[in-house]
Design a protein around this ligand. Structure first.
Ligand SMILES: [Zn+2]
Length: 75
């Protein structure tokens, strides 16, 4: 018979209930986060030149430091 160093008030066979992961509640937020991240990565990494959605260079200049910080090719 095994003896524990610290006595437990629980029954010997008591196991914790498995944690319920509410996938249906998390899924819309996960999709939103993925779309938001994709948009941010696009604007930081690819909004310039032939792939630019908006004219001018103001988005490129606005995200310029972030582009270099993340290692995207720039100039
Ligand atoms: Zn640059």
């Amino acid at each position: 018979m095994a003896q524990h160093a610290v006595p437990s008030a629980e029954a010997p066979d008591a196991r914790p209930a498995p944690v319920r992961v509410p996938v249906r509640e998390i899924l819309p937020w996960a999709v939103f986060a993925v779309v938001l991240a994709a948009v941010l990565i696009y604007f930081v990494g690819a909004e310039q030149g032939a792939t630019s959605v908006f004219g001018g260079t103001w988005i490129h200049e606005f995200t310029h430091d972030g582009r270099h910080l993340l290692g995207f090719p720039c100039h």
